[in-house]
Ligand binder design. Structure first.
Ligand code: HEC
Length: 292
């Protein structure tokens, strides 16, 4: 991992999508803007639509790195070590935090992006950046971060050579626990299978039945199933031999970009919105349980 100049922003609240804006103005407005320009003014929850036209062929790998100060008995880890994505492509990643102690504790996080020169191209769409955050005794949560890397990274001569970016978070014991928000809000941030069912009807059902193959293979029971195994369906060689298991994570990658995930695969569509992907996968999960 490269570690050029440290760009530690000791800023507790850079951006907050949930309605926790009270403290924000006391922090750095510039940094808030830098990291959260995409969130909309004053932390409104509007999402930036990732402009598909602006998506570039350039691929970067984003690594995630976490640490916790020894004074805070929490476990804090990225769910995925890295993601590979096109510039301009929306990615949804998760971090878990768990309070190992017998008491409720408040922490706050700082982050840095390396190389430093890539920092301003790293955009969060849904900024679950951390304010003063309370985790109840022995509670565990999964916190989402939705981001993309600005395609201008590829045209800025200064950052042309950047192929890897690392996002690091460190959690510290909070010095100002008053007014902390509960991380419990993430414990129950459920994917919406009903919304996913609607999206499926609109976006997938022209090509996929649940029980019958159409242009694409039947999808009932797909979660947990091996790739390329629907009897009688004429898969591409690429998918027939991919040897994947359709876990939620793999389905998310597939829907984000089938050709990138399985080079040579022939599903001609992508779902750019990470939340929509999550809901669709939840829907596929629900029909997979029923089917088995
Ligand atoms: C325009 C037609 C089309 C649309 C729309 C489409 N797919 Fe597909 N899908 C395909 C084809 C074709 C394949 C097989 C690809 C291959 O063999 O390489 C496929 C394969 C798949 C597979 C792999 C299944 C297996 O048995 O390995 C999954 C999962 C999947 N699609 C999910 C979806 C979801 C979810 C949507 C909606 C968001 C969707 N698809 C929209 C055509 C489509």
């Amino acid at each position: 991992m490269k570690t050029p100049g440290k760009m530690f922003f000791t800023v507790a609240a850079l951006c907050v999508v949930l309605a926790v804006m009270a403290g924000v103005t006391s922090y750095s407005v510039t940094l808030y803007r830098l990291f959260c320009a995409a969130t909309g003014a004053n932390g409104t929850t509007q999402r930036v639509a990732v402009d598909d036209a602006a998506r570039s062929d350039r691929v970067v790998t984003v690594f995630f790195d976490t640490s916790v100060s020894p004074a805070l008995p929490w476990k804090f880890a990225p769910v995925q070590r890295s993601v590979k994505l096109h510039l301009g492509q929306d990615a949804l990643v998760f971090f878990t935090a768990e309070n190992d102690s017998n008491q409720d504790l408040v922490g706050h996080a700082t982050f840095n992006v390396t190389p430093e020169k890539a920092g301003s191209y790293f955009k969060k769409i849904q900024c679950f950046c951390f304010t003063e955050e309370r985790l109840a005794a022995h509670q565990k949560v999964e916190m989402p971060v939705d981001f993309f890397v600005d395609p201008r990274l590829a045209t800025d001569p200064n950052t042309e050579d950047v192929h890897e970016i690392t996002l690091s978070y460190t959690f510290f014991h909070s010095m100002k626990p008053e007014g902390a928000t509960d991380l419990a809000r993430f414990a129950s941030a459920p994917a919406d299978a009903a919304a996913g069912g609607k999206l499926f009807a609109e976006n997938c059902s022209a090509c996929h039945g649940l029980e019958t193959s159409k242009i694409g293979p039947a999808l009932a029971g797909v979660v947990g199933r091996k790739s390329g195994v629907v009897a009688g369906y004429p898969y591409s060689a690429a998918l027939a031999h991919a040897g994947l298991v359709w876990t939620a994570v793999n389905l998310d990658k597939w829907l984000a970009d089938p050709q990138m995930f399985v080079p040579g695969a022939q599903m001609p569509m992508r779902v750019n919105d990470a939340v929509q992907r999550r809901d669709i996968v939840a829907y596929l999960q629900s029909v997979s349980k029923r089917g088995s």
